[in-house]
Design a protein around this ligand. Sequence first.
Ligand code: UGA
Length: 446
Amino acid sequence: MPIAVAGAGYVGLTTAACLCELGHQVTLLEIDVERVARLKRGESPIFEPGLDALLQRHLGRALKVTTDLSEALDGAEVLIACVGTPPTASGAPNLSALWRLLGDLRRQRRSGELTVVVKSTVPPGTNRRAQQRLGAGFAVVSNPEFLREGTAIHDFFHPDRIVVGAAQPAAARQVAALYRGIDAPVVVTGWEEAELIKYASNAFLAVKLSFTNEVAAVADSLGADGLTVLRGVGLDRRIGPHFLAPGPGYGGSCLPKDLAALRWTARRRRVRLDLLPAAERANRRQRQRVLAKLGPVAGKRIAVWGLAFKAGTDDVRESPALEIIPALLAHGARVVAHDPEARRTFAAALTGTGVQREGSAPASTGVPAPGAGLPDGLTLVDDMWEAARGADALLVLTEWPEYAAAPPEAIRTALAGDLVVDARNLFDPEVMATAGLRYRGVGRDR
Ligand code: UGA
């Protein structure tokens, strides 16, 4: 089936490349000319494991890229909107890119019906408004994504469910058929239900994580092993083993943004929420807890391993490092930080030149080289051992495999001090102690 995908951010790129893999012909529409030029050269504008290979396989064949809407729509019966919906101060997402796209679609209106699939994350009520704006000749279908950054390709082909929210059964069937070949339950529902499934899922994950981190804090206070506690909790099938790994608090573009948007939705409808604001507060406190594990830092040199909000991505949006590193500097520490992928995006975020990764927003323009314009006291290095060498303490913030594989003796030799605060519980406390290190994990801090 010929399909147009609007927006070459991580969702649009992943969706487009994976739909090609399922046998569809896809035209990817992107307004950022530089991003289009990069794609046409066969370069992926984002770091997402496995995406490069898919793009290489399909670009110029099943996958075409254009800045021109009429070219994207040529022959297409379905357009999938994957444009960014970044948060605003109120918590409401900014839907201007979506409305702009729908306005363009209405003006380009051709003969025949076009199914407009809204994959962008939008507040309940948005698909209904989209249908009203587009009018006859268009069928709007909500089809939220559940792709995790870093494992987006895997998640596309192995989803727990496919959610299709539509007003017309024929349009719902057409969208479900896009995923033929994927083995997953399809939840066919109305617009608002589909929109709310997306928000409620991410909000639940955020709540579950804040709960996890609070249990870990209580375990720490008891000198108990919080990881064993949480494993024991997660074996209850009603709870499940996932999202029970304590850490520096959740980050990324999705959990914080969707929680804020759900709160905004409830506020507008005068529904009082107690649990979600508490989960947000707990997440902020978790950053402070991790920071406190370092003890007084004034005048010290702190090595930080990990800037990305999680491993497998160069995304630093709402990343723990973005809060913790400025706090360390404010407390008078010098920080030497490393990340295998996210140094450039971190520097861009910290120096206010924009985060390189946002959906189809202006991207790589003006992104400084790592190091340019960074705050005093902060150095970003491209070798993890250079960061550790001579530091008073090591703080691990992202669970990159190369950090987990670091031999404890080598850490002991590299550091001038002996403290390791491991916010991802990558290391075995006994082994670290044997290597002569003072080790403090999260939920494993004895
Ligand atoms: C999240 C959801 O998991 C996806 O289903 C959803 O599609 C996506 O948002 C989205 O809305 O687009 P993502 O933000 O990529 O995906 O990241 P997750 O893997 O869910 O991790 C979220 C945060 O929780 C990260 O900061 C991670 O480090 C943290 N985390 C996760 C933990 O600290 N412990 C855990 O056990 C799991």
